[in-house]
Design a protein around this ligand. Structure first.
Ligand code: SAH
Length: 404
């Protein structure tokens, strides 16, 4: 093993002080520190964005090490409660090892989210694993600054063929970070294959959405696939065919996937070919809501309808309109579902809680004049753990209804 590269600030970390009375949440395990909970004096404001700092409470008690960005509303993200911890390769190897052990317990193929930020005790970092290819999202100035030790740790633990650093998520702008995408190790020449319950799927780690794949829906795809044998499936907002191809492989009679991204649909088509499923699967570029409305007026019906849209509520102020949009989507999906069929609806917006989403779906189904029973009420899989002190980390809601 190469020597353990130390992080630049190990010895001389600036001290950031919590305001009196504001250390309770941190002590209870919430790693976030808002800028209005901290002493933001000239020294604090001069700390370079993303630097490691030592946290102390109003009485000088040492509370651990955080990454700090004076320009962000979430100014501090605590990495460890141990005040003298070195934040170096071995620190990351230890956290990665724990995360890996959980995934290896839950999955039999090495395709999953390996690090899910706060819940895996690495706030601001996401790592998705496509076998020998790892794709990281560096979503905070702190993780961006630590990218070299992160790459060294991933390399030490997994010796992957390639490591991609995706720095193009919109949340980076809140941290004052520029968009960037680079291959930090190895080479990549196009899409990578991943495997889900025996089906080969294709993702583009460099140009695909997010890290290239939506691993969060994997368990939900397992569930929906079981409903599809002998039935027709409509996968609205299909991306690269996750639900569509899992349904096709499970014996769906016909499959139609709809998305507005040509690049995503191309990969869906190629994956269909690879699995010998091209005969009964079609992928079409369209606006999914318009397509659903058209199927409704043309009386085209499907036995299973999946609708997994992008977030309709990107900011809290959009909540009301977003809930109306989920209700409308549920209505349209229920309208085009055949008698005794199934609808599966998802929301990935962390501003929408499960109760509000459930209500929007129930109303939409009723608006369509349909009745149903909820047969699955789920979230993301265990590779997207929920931080117990951060309810918003339970962002995914997934409901399946058996309609009458
Ligand atoms: N179900 C997918 C993930 C869907 S992500 C999976 O399991 O992998 C949401 C998708 O909606 C993206 O692929 C995006 O391209 C697509 N999309 C966004 N707006 C759309 C619209 N108006 N019509 C159709 N597709 C849309």
């Amino acid at each position: 093993m190469k020597p353990n590269p130390a992080s630049p600030e190990t010895d001389s970390r600036p001290r950031i002080r919590l305001l009196k009375g504001y250390s309770k949440r941190l002590r209870q395990g919430n790693p976030w520190l808002y800028s209005n909970e901290l002493v933001m004096d000239d020294a604090a404001r001069a700390v370079p964005p993303g630097a490691l700092v030592e946290l102390v409470d109003a009485g000088d008690e040492r509370l651990g090490v955080a990454t700090f960005n004076p320009h962000s509303l979430i100014a501090g993200r605590r990495l460890t409660a141990a005040p003298d911890a070195a934040i170096d390769r071995d620190f990351f190897v230890e956290r990665l090892t724990r995360a890996l052990s959980l995934r290896e317990t839950c999955y039999d193929t090495p395709c999953y989210r390996l690090i899910h930020s706060e819940a895996d005790h690495l706030p601001g970092l996401i790592v998705d694993r496509f076998g020998e290819v790892l794709v990281c999202q560096l979503n905070s100035a702190g993780m961006d600054r630590l990218s070299e030790v992160i790459v060294a740790a991933l390399d030490a633990l997994l010796a992957p063929r390639a490591i991609v650093l995706r720095g193009d998520s919109p949340i980076r702008s809140l941290e004052g970070l520029e968009p960037t995408i680079r291959v930090a190790k190895g080479e990549l020449d196009g899409p990578v294959a991943l495997s889900e319950t025996g089906v080969t799927l294709l993702a583009d780690p460099l140009a695909g959405q997010k890290t290239g794949w939506y691993f969060d829906q994997r368990d939900n795809r397992d569930f929906v696939a079981r409903l599809c044998a002998g039935r027709s499936l409509l996968d609205a907002f299909c991306y690269s065919g996750g639900f569509a191809l899992r349904g096709a492989a499970a014996g769906a009679r016909t499959v139609l996937g709809i998305d507005r991204s040509e690049a995503a649909l191309t990969l869906a088509g190629q994956a269909a070919e690879r699995n010998g499923l091209a005969g009964n699967s079609r992928f079409r570029r369209a606006d999914a809501l318009e397509a659903l409305a058209r199927f409704d007026t043309e009386h085209e019906r499907f036995d299973v309808v999946v609708a997994d849209p992008p977030s309709f509520v990107k900011a809290r102020r959009d909540l009301k309109g977003g809930l109306r949009a989920y209700r409308k989507l549920a209505r349209l999906a229920a309208r085009v579902t055949a008698p005794s069929g199934f609808i599966a609806l998802a929301s990935c917006s962390h501003h929408v809680d499960a109760a509000a989403f459930g209500e929007a779906v129930a109303r939409g189904v009723a608006d369509a004049g349909r009745h149903g029973r909820i047969i699955r009420n789920a979230g993301a899989g265990p590779d997207h753990p929920i931080h117990p002190a951060l309810p918003e980390s339970a962002y995914l809601k997934f409901l399946v209804l058996a309609l009458d």
